[in-house]
Design a protein around this ligand. Sequence first.
Ligand SMILES: [Zn+2]
Length: 1024
Amino acid sequence: MSTRITDQCGDNTPAARRRPAMTHKCPQLTFAVRFLALCAVMEVATLTLVPFSLSAQTPVTETFQRDPAQAIDESYTQLIRKYTTAPALNSPLTDYLPASSSIPTPAKVLGDVAGAPDVLPYAEETYRYFRLLADASPRVKVFTIGHTEEGREMIAVAVADESLLTQAQENGSRLAQLADPRSVQLDDAKAQALVSQSFPVYYVTGAIHSPETGAPTALMELAYRLAVDNAPYVQFIRTHMITLITPVVEVDGRDRMVDIYKWHKAHPGQNWPHLLYWGHYVAHDNNRDAMAMTLDLTKNVLNTYLEWHAQVLHDLHESVPFIYDNTEGDGPYNSWIDPILTHEWSMLASDNMARLQSFGMPGAFTHGDFDTWSPGYLIFLAGLHNGISRLYETFGNGGADTEKRVLSPDEYSRTWYRPNPPYPTVLWSQRDNNNYEQTALLSTLSYFAQNAKFFLNNFYWKSKRSVEKPASEGPAAYVLAQDDRSWNRQMQLLKVLALQHVEIQRLTQAATVALPPPSHKEEEEPKPGTPPPPTSQTFPVGSFIIRMDQPFSRVADALLDRQFWSPEDPQKAPYDDTGWSFGDLFNAKVSRVTDRTILSAPMSPVPDLSQIPSAEAGPGPFFVVNNSAQVSLASLVYALQGSAEVSICEENFESAGHKFAAGSLIIGRVEASKLKPWLQQFNLAAVSIARPPSVKVHPAAAPRIAIMHTWLYTQAEGWWRMTFDKLQVPFAYINTQTVSKEPNLRSKYDVIVFAPGAGASAQQIVDGLPMWGNPLPWQTSSLTPNLGKLDSTEDLRPGLGEAGVAHLKDFVQQGGLLITSEDTAEFAIEKGMAPGVFVAPRKTLKVVGSVLNSAVVDNQLPVAYGYDTAVPLYSSDGMAFTVSNLTVNRDILTAKEYKRPTGRGGPEDEDIPEGRPEEKALPLPAPKAWQATPLNEEQERNNPFLIPPELRPQVILRYAAMKDLLLSGLLENGDPLAEHPAVVKARFGKGDVLLFANNPLYRGETIGSYALVFNALINFGHLK
Ligand SMILES: [Zn+2]
């Protein structure tokens, strides 16, 4: 297990996932500077040939001086100064507020100034202010951009001079042409003409991370300043660009956070509940959704960003004192972004933090240990769509209290990139936070406006270079070959690409492409007697083509390519996952085609994936849905529950000229017309057969499922909950406290899912939080109307308890199925519910969110039904199991470990004692790494720990051998993992415990391993 302890806001590294997450504040950041990495970054920035250099622009002359003719709002200004805890924590840009006789200040809604102590507005109050502002000023417009999972509104606010807002639509159509240079035939002169007429759009977003509370009020006041202030530099901003603002991205979480803050203010001197739920499903992982696009907030922000053809997406966070412009950060940088973007990061961050330095504000810096490798962060919606991604980490107190904060040496120490570091201790207020956020934004908006044409040109150039990708760095396209077995998972992958606004085509005729020559390594070691590798590949009609000559080729390339993080990389603490290759994670073969002739193959666009019809099933009376590890077989079983007869075959069979795998669904007593809409909805195909096959079958189960969560942490289980919801598999949502009070779980449920990410040891799961102090309620009340909806308790502190452990054990022993993964698998092992299963020692193994290959041990076992020989798995930190025929983890000597003693002969010879005939020893066992070591009769005799053969653990998947193990990401010293069990079913009493060393349902990205979980459900009672 990684022992990394330093990370920053939104961190969800495996280490973070596995440690208790009791605080609702972001963990702190250390700055391990890696000069080598940094030098490499600087070199890239220096060598980048940006088409239009800054020197060709008007010199930056803004002075940030106020308009002496404009009155200031004296009372508001006095309160700004009162709430700012030290003069250096403000700037000349925000230490006053200009007065207006007609336009309301934030005080109109807040009752005090932005950032005032004790004032934390709900999203709705924030919106009310923006709408008042829009009513009073022609320079402000408010738009609804969508809703959250819980139905709360999301908005965007446009601020600019009235003349710009009235031209927004026609400006937008010009920006759309720059965004898609095919519309101007890639003609730079035409683009130049468009640039000269256009103004840019800069999109700022706040409060995606709910405990980071300052942004909404800072953005309220920022919008007022942009609309009202007559300072020449502000006038320049609003007459040269549109500032677009979404003040609250995670609206569900904001409202819960405000509830908690109100509870805290009403209970002085008491501990208050941590923010257990942010969004409906996940917490800080809402900032890891920019790849799979599963959350409504991600879709709403991307659609807004693209509808406005914005050039920047700038997200506001809090964790690091006092402001860290982190996108420049540290290496490695994402390998699929345009180098122009890395240059833009550097320019914007350097100017921005230098401005804050010039105002004398301490603790403003741009380098640090955030790496920009993974494109899962919200800002990457811009970074991979030809825009500019930016992010501030500022300092916050997790609410509006003014607090003395004590920093750690790594936070306040002086270093080369932080010559004026934060103070070692500081009295910090939400107003201080709002000063920093606004000052930084105002100065960077000014810089951006001054260089608007330069950035618009870059926007065009990045878009053009994306279209030119096949002819420059390549590839030409990615191809998902027409394949019935992968169809269902291909559709999941294509839906993600469609959400990313990637254009998808389909071949209307077969196409043949040349394959690249084998790699140097393969050439070096030709295997004797093996045929030469193929030089071409043919894709059948109907294959899906993702052309790289389209404006959003980069996001497709970043998702579909593979990643390699070198163990030698100077960055030793990857900030997030190191591998994510979607072709692997979706278990859908994706071909990276470099031969550009693919682009002239006959193909037609696929405008709407939902309109692609599923294969015609035929009249019946029976239908077979072949099991090829689709995600949605369980969806179909639940949908047909009570209206059809569904059984599952236990062997492969052939019928009507088709081959069907064990685990296929046989559906009877349903009309084709009733079945077809379900097949279409779930991307499944059925074959009509005249009579049921003669092979052994069992009824498909639609078990009663409970998903159990702890009150410690709910994020990773939230991804599981989301998966079940999206697949329409119903479940009860229960918690460890209800289990501790429910002695007869088996009477209520067949399956209990204990998803990973409890964030705690087995003992902490049992104990919960320490019981000293006051109760911590999570309940709906007049004070906290947004809490307690998903689940509730009068006190978060009590855990599962020993009674709960006993109830879970009874549940399994009485025939229930318990599904566990990662840390909850460890919990099941430690609590004795998985006899013969152990966690493999990790030794010096290092895996950080990688994609690893596994091998199916037996696909006649129901959990592995439908899978081929290999399954790519997501591994957060390299967990694997060992299995034994004993309930205790004892070393039993194997042939591999045996070392011959001193004696006659060579190293491989046997020693033979002198003076007597040779007595042959029994051969030592030679198990594979995924097998239990067989015992001899001596070891078995009267051994109370010996597990009866029928109760021994079954290994379903094991990790691949070392040479095939790594697909994407970081793998170092992989021996403790190679060939070891990854998915195991343990027998306990009459029931089963299914243990995943991987996380099969993770961030909406692990589509390929979903069926392992859902196979277990529909085969409940028949898991063998
Ligand atoms: Zn954050």
